[in-house]
Design a protein around this ligand. Sequence first.
Ligand code: GLN
Length: 187
Amino acid sequence: MKIAVLAVQGAFAEHIARIRALGADCVELRQRADVEQHFDGLILPGGESTVQGKMLRDLHMFGPLRDKIAQGLPVLGTCAGLILLAEQISNDERRAYFRTLPVRVCRNAYGRQLGSFHTVETVAGIGSVPMTFIRAPYIESTRPGVEILASVDDKIVAVRYGNQIGTAFHPELDADDRMHGMFLDLC
Ligand code: GLN
């Protein structure tokens, strides 16, 4: 199995290490030609969604990746990656990206003081999972068909919709590979 990891900005190296440790192959998506090969799943890492969104467009990867996701390619979006997938960004109305995941997210939603924190919460189908949040979004609302996988203090932090998984936290930064395992099962 081959997993593509968007590698233009942000925490992609940690995802690659995790996927390889679980026994799957990885390819980095850095330019348009990389998107044209076959892969079985896609990871959109954390980082800065505005920068990633701009680079996706400048590098002409945006359209082909959106089409693949819309056609059912399994995708895991973490933090900024979740923002890239979201249909709506409540505090940045004009700036949504792939819009394939029918949720509304709020960017940098925890404010300055709680900008980064760590907790442990239940993920549906997995159990207790360590969660690291870094200037994270949370999900304010979901449309029908979106399964809520986890909430922290009544804020939705992980969802699944068909072949798309979105997390507000960074599963690649904790010593727990079960979110990636869930994603590989989907692939
Ligand atoms: N604050 C970032 C954004 O808005 C997301 C942070 C992250 O990915 N850790 O894109």
